[in-house]
Write a protein that binds this ligand. Structure first.
Ligand SMILES: [Zn+2]
Ligand SMILES: [Zn+2]
Length: 89
């Protein structure tokens, strides 16, 4: 049985700073992402939809908190062949 992803407790949304209600996997489960803290971005429903619609890199351009969260948890946005990608340091 697959372990259920935990729900955020007393966390703030990394995008809008409101109360977080769920987690976004920065690296998706499909590509081997885990439930480790550095991979679980606390968000609320609204911002989660925004991330999936626009992409985390695009959203982080306009939301300073999100960029700070990513940097704090060991992610960096790197440009490779003109395309910006999120990478683990
Ligand atoms: Zn939010
Ligand atoms: Zn997600």
């Amino acid at each position: 049985m697959r372990k259920k992803t935990p729900k955020p407790v007393n966390s703030v949304c990394a995008v809008c700073f409101g109360p977080a209600t769920e987690y976004h996997h920065v690296k998706t489960r499909k590509s081997g992402g885990t439930d480790d803290e550095w991979n679980l971005l606390p968000v609320n429903r609204k911002c989660h939809i925004l991330i999936h619609a626009k992409g985390i890199i695009t959203v982080s351009d306009s939301r300073n908190y999100l960029l700070q969260w990513l940097q704090r948890n060991g992610w960096e946005i790197k440009k490779e062949f003109g395309i910006r990608k999120l990478r683990r340091i």
